[in-house]
Structures are given as C-alpha cells and as structure tokens.
Ligand binder design. Sequence first.
Ligand code: C2E
Ligand code: MG
Ligand code: MG
Ligand code: MG
Length: 287
Amino acid sequence: EAQKINYEGINHFDHELAYREQKWLQLENDLRQTNFDEDFFLTYQPKINLETKKLEGMEALVRWRHPQKGLVSPIEFISIAEENGMILSMGEWILDDALKQTRRWIEQTGEPLQVAVNVSPSQLLSANFVDLVISCINRHKLAANNLEIEITEEVMVEDTSLCNQVLSALREKGISIAIDDFGTGYSSLAYLNRFPLSKLKIDRSFVTNIHCNEGNYEIVRTIIALSKSMNLEVVAEGIEAQDELDVLNQLGCQQGQGYLFSKPLEAAEFEKIFIARQKVSSEQLTG
Ligand code: C2E
Ligand code: MG
Ligand code: MG
Ligand code: MG
C-alpha cells in the first residue's frame, strides 16, 4: 500500500533532490564536452620542510575553468569523473602535465623537487596503472622519487589485494606513497603494516587550532609519534596560522602545507614566488 505523502517538508526534499540530480546531469554533460588542455589547468601548493623552511615539493591540484560557471571545484567534478569513467583520461592528463612542469622546475632550481599527484581509487586500481606512471616518469626524464602519489584510506579497504599489488609495484620502482586526509577514513590501523606506505598526511581538520584545541593536539601528537615509530614520513596539511606551525614544529612534524605558506597557485605564479627564488627563507614564508 503506497503511503500518501502530504507533508510539505518531504515535498520540498523531493524538489531538492530533483534539483541536485539535474545539476549533476548538467555538469556531467558539460564535463564530456571539455578538452583537457583548454579547459583544465593545474595549480601547485608548496610543501615546505618545517625544520629548514625549504621548498621540498608541491602538490598538484586540478582546476576546471567552466565557460559559464567559472572555476568549478574538484570536489564537485572529480566524483562525477569517477562515476562516468572520465577520471582515467583526466588522471593521465594530470599526471603528464604535473610531471612535465616538475621536470622544468627541477632544471631551473637544481633541487630534487617532488610533485604529489592525487590519484582516485578507480584510477589506482585500473589496468596498467603502474606502466602508465613509469612511462610518464621516463618520458619526462625524471627519477621515480620525484613523484609522490596521494591516495585516500578508502582504496585500501575497497580492494585489498589488488591495491597492495599496485602499491608494492610503485614502491619497488621508488615512487613515494602518501595517505591523504589521514585519520578521517573508516579503515583500521592494520593497513599501516600491510601496505608499503611512505608518508602520512595529517588531515586539515586535525591541524586546525592545534594550539588551542586539546583534542586536535593529542590526535596530531599521536599521528606524528605513530609515523616516527613506523618509519613513515609525516606531513601536516591545512596550516593556516603561525601558532599552528609553532606547535607542529615542537612536535617534530617534518613537512607542512597550507595557506600560511601559500594557497595553490597557477604554474607561472608558483614559479615567480617559489622557483625563481630557489631558496625560500622562513621570513618570506611567514612574514
Ligand atoms: P586534498 O588532496 O586533500 O587537497 C587539499 C585541499 O585543501 C585542496 O582543495 C587545497 O586547495 C585545500 N587547502 C590547502 N591548504 C589549505 C588551507 O590551509 N586551508 C584550507 N581551508 N584549505 C586548504 P582543492 O584544490 O579544492 O581540492 C579538493 C580535493 O579534490 C583534494 O583534496 C583532492 O581530494 C581532490 N583533487 C584535487 N585535485 C585532484 C586531482 O588532480 N586528482 C584527483 N583524483 N583528485 C583531486
Ligand atoms: Mg591531496
Ligand atoms: Mg588532503
Ligand atoms: Mg583533504
């Protein structure tokens, strides 16, 4: 027996759903019309060694310049690209563009910069992913450790054995593997033993107000201690305040990233600020 819905709130909810569905379909349709080289570009956010204050690398973050909507956030379109399969070709383009750029910056600075590229679960588990990555590294005459791949915890739960195989192959070649948004996923700590990881990336939500939020402080302190005892590198994301940086320094966090240093920048601007200068002093970073 069908229940008659006469409650206005539910009606409103239906409209809301339909509206979202329509928005999604529109965006999906627009995404299909794009040309990567023309409609997408990468931004770069510096990764700073917290002890020496030197630039060690950068994270590539993709942007979509939509003809009507302006910049669309990757939070919106990556999930669509995952669902419609475009993530594979898009991911290939992102990797190629990031490595091409990194090659130039390594030449300009003479420093062994490392670029971090975000990789979606379906991309990581796709056929020939490792070969694709290796040939891209070779094409741009880079060393394997110039690349770091950022994955999220969910992929290690999704397909444990294939994931392990892929990560092992990447690590064997010398590519660094970082767990993004560490601490926010729903998986267990057991995978720190089971998977060949290089680095933990402490999620921004724990870094926020670490100087005055006791809970966050304890979580971050524990993650840093954990990574040290497991022989993993550790990086804090989302550092926005000097107070937060000071505490991370006290706790011995190796690397940091966040608006305090810089927002993600277009390549030309990143180059002006972080590459041309070569060495970035702490005054320039925080003053
Ligand atoms: P993520 O990999 O965890 O990236 C960090 C996000 O936090 C970025 O947002 C970055 O701009 C932002 N962020 C960095 N520092 C700060 C800070 O100090 N404060 C605040 N409030 N935010 C900060 P963005 O660029 O919008 O990317 C969002 C997410 O989209 C990424 O999260 C990643 O999961 C995904 N994404 C971005 N680019 C790519 C890509 O090329 N491929 C894939 N598969 N996913 C991507
Ligand atoms: Mg990331
Ligand atoms: Mg992250
Ligand atoms: Mg995040």
